[in-house]
Design a protein around this ligand. Structure first.
Ligand SMILES: [Zn+2]
Length: 225
């Protein structure tokens, strides 16, 4: 039985940058075309709380005029992962620690990014389906009572692991990580989540690279076994 689980947000956490935004920047279609707007404008509508995170992501992806394969190749070639992540996954595999991605990003670009370093771990994210060049989105962890509605609630992802009694280490950076940060046993935080952890008296340390989590797990692993 696994007794320790490490859950990691993807964009700006496992990936050193926001891969979704890198895709929008790289493949922004001509704004002179009908129906096309600069992706930053869509993001601002989300920042102004006019639309949800889910809607922002859907609108920005739906206006891209690129095949899934071209986007996947772009992500794979950019090798976007933060340093130490591959080593952390190897450490987990060697020590019976579960590790998974809990993301509000899209499954196919997360898979491509992990593929670029031959990493194969469970991914909990937005699911995408491609049919006749139409892209559709599914939110298997949506929860009406969560502020992330109609997007995925990351606490739903966390509950799957916590239910079996595991101790949870959570790594993240932004508002969608607030829900699981409040419920995890220990948090590694960047950016916005640092302030959130301080304000809410959450046990955390800053995440520089993933070697920080390896060091922490090495020190505490005796407590879990
Ligand atoms: Zn939630």
């Amino acid at each position: 039985m696994l007794l320790l689980t490490i859950l990691c947000d993807f964009d700006d956490t496992v990936a050193a940058a926001n891969v979704g935004q890198s895709i929008f920047k790289r493949f922004q279609p001509d704004v002179m075309l009908p129906g096309v707007v600069p992706w930053e404008e869509i993001r601002n509508r989300y920042s102004d709380r006019e639309i949800s995170l889910a809607k922002y992501q859907e609108l920005a992806f739906l206006q891209l005029d690129q095949s899934k394969t071209i986007i996947e190749n772009f992500v794979r070639e950019s090798r976007p992962l933060r340093s130490g992540f591959k080593e952390l996954v190897e450490f987990c595999n060697n020590n019976d620690i579960a590790i998974a991605i809990t993301s509000h990003g899209l499954d196919f670009y997360i898979t491509a990014a992990l593929d670029s370093e031959d990493i194969n771990i469970p991914i909990h994210s937005v699911e995408t389906y491609f049919e006749k060049s139409e892209m559709t989105f599914k939110y298997p962890y949506a929860d009406k009572s969560c502020f992330a509605w109609p997007g995925n609630c990351k606490c739903k992802m966390l509950e799957q692991y916590q239910g079996s009694g595991d101790t949870i280490i959570y790594a993240g950076d932004s508002t969608s990580d607030a829900c699981p940060a409040l419920r995890a046993d220990y948090v590694f935080a960047r950016d916005w989540l640092v302030t959130f952890c301080t304000d809410n008296a959450i046990n955390y340390q800053k995440l520089g690279s993933f070697y920080d989590i390896i060091d922490y797990a090495k020190k505490t692993i005796g407590d879990y076994k």
